[in-house]
Structure formats: structure tokens, C-alpha cells
Ligand binder design. Structure first.
Ligand code: C5P
Length: 231
């Protein structure tokens, strides 16, 4: 895979003019953008159409978690839109994931199902507030549920990318929580682009370090250079 295909830009922008500007500036270089509730609810479905007009692929990140029937019908809707991949929560359970997978079997080139494991904004305190003794235990359980349900890949923090490649070596690994410096925003388990890629991430997701930059294209290209330098 080319380095520019491995850096997914999270377009978490609420205003159409900002979305258009960043999309326009990165479009000569970027290949995949992540669209989630911030842009979809703030701007609307036209974010998907605009992205397609620029020839970029879409990672639809709505992190589905609901009863199996609802998630299966949502997966069908997503396949009709024609996106590269979409997320659901492994926490939703194996039946939920299986029902989405079955629904997608009717499509010739269905989107990849990406299972969200632990959110990168969670830390040990968050996990213990759920009454779960360890982060590692929850992580491994979610991976197992994802494998049994039939996901094509996982989202995890750069800290866990290596574990994914051990527990599920044939699955795609996508890591958000990428930071270029010690700046963390609300993210807790972060890593640099190099740490994520060298730990086995196939794709890294970068939002604010690119979209809040005064020069998003430059910020994207700097990350590409760092990805290129990885072993
Ligand atoms: O701005 P930033 O680079 O932190 O954006 C990260 C993106 O990845 C956000 O859109 C966030 O919703 C998403 N994400 C995450 N942690 C996960 C799954 C998705 O940060 N586990």
C-alpha cells in the first residue's frame, strides 16, 4: 500500500465551508477520509457526495451498536452508499456483527466491517468504572467477539496495534489517537505515526492535527513523510 493510502483524514467538521475547504486542500494527496456523526449531523449527507465528487474513498465511522436487525439494515444502507469501510462496536456482541455480515453477503463488493475495540479516549479508570478488572481482558474479549462475528478489521489505539497483529494477524488494523507532538486533546492512549505503523497499523486515522492546521495539505504531507520513513 502507498503511504498516502495509509493515512485516513478524519473530517470531524461541523461547518460546510470548513469541510469543503479541508476536502479541497487535501484532495490532490489524500485517498481516504473518515466521515462520522460530527460532519453528517452538522452538515448532512452531502458530505458523502462531496467526498465522492473529489474522488476520495470513505470510511464511514458511525460506530453502530444496536439490536442485530437494526445493525444489519444499517449495514445494507451503508453498502448501497458505496463506502470502503464502516465501523460497529465489538461491544454490540457477535450476533450483531454476524447479522451485519450476513446482510452484506448479498453485495458484490461490500464495505469492510471494522470493529471498534477500546476507545482511544478510555483509560484504566474508565475501564474500572465499568466494573471490568483490566483493560487487557476487555480488549482481548472484544477481539475474540469481533473474530467470531466476522469483522474484517479492528480499530484500536497505537498502544494496542501490536496485540491485534498477534491475536488477529489476518485482520486490518486501524489506529486513531495519532499525535504529532505531546498534545493529546481528549485522547488518552495516543502514539506517533511512526509508533502506530511500526506496531503494525495498516492505516492511521488523523483528525485534529490535520483539520485544525492552518495548512491541512502540508500537515497531511508531513505525516506521509513520517510514514515513508517507517521500517
Ligand atoms: O482528532 P483526532 O485525530 O483525535 O480524531 C480521531 C478520530 O478517530 C475521531 O473521529 C474519533 O471519533 C475516532 N476514533 C477514536 N478512537 C476510536 C475510534 C475512533 O478516536 N477508538
Amino acid at each position: 500500500m502507498k503511504p498516502e493510502e495509509r493515512v485516513i483524514v478524519a473530517l470531524d467538521l461541523e461547518r460546510e465551508e470548513d469541510f469543503k475547504r479541508v476536502l479541497r486542500e487535501i484532495s490532490p494527496y489524500a485517498k481516504i477520509v473518515k466521515i462520522g456523526p460530527v460532519a453528517l449531523l452538522g452538515i448532512g449527507f452531502k458530505t458523502v457526495e462531496m467526498t465522492k465528487e473529489y474522488g476520495l474513498e470513505i470510511f464511514l465511522d458511525l460506530k453502530h451498536m444496536d439490536i442485530p436487525n437494526t445493525v444489519a439494515l444499517s449495514a445494507k444502507g451503508i453498502a448501497k452508499i458505496g463506502v470502503k469501510m464502516f465501523t460497529l462496536h465489538c461491544l454490540g456482541g457477535r450476533e450483531m456483527i454476524k447479522s451485519a455480515k450476513e446482510e452484506l453477503s448479498a453485495f458484490k463488493s461490500p464495505p469492510l466491517i471494522i470493529g471498534v475495540t477500546l476507545l482511544t479516549s478510555w483509560d484504566k479508570e474508565t475501564i474500572s468504572s465499568f466494573g471490568i478488572p483490566s483493560m487487557e481482558l476487555l480488549f482481548e474479549t472484544l477481539i475474540q467477539i469481533g473474530i467470531e462475528g466476522g469483522v474484517d478489521g479492528f480499530v484500536c489505539s497505537p498502544v494496542e496495534a501490536r496485540r491485534i497483529k498477534t491475536l488477529a494477524p489476518d485482520k486490518v488494523c486501524i489506529t486513531p489517537g495519532i499525535r504529532l507532538s505531546s498534545e493529546k486533546d481528549d485522547q488518552k492512549r495516543t502514539g506517533s505515526p511512526e509508533e502506530a505503523i511500526e506496531s503494525g497499523a495498516d492505516y492511521i486515522v488523523v483528525g485534529r492535527p490535520i483539520i485544525k492546521s492552518p495548512e491541512p495539505a502540508q500537515a497531511f504531507l508531513q505525516i506521509i513523510e513520517r510514514v515513508k520513513s517507517c521500517k
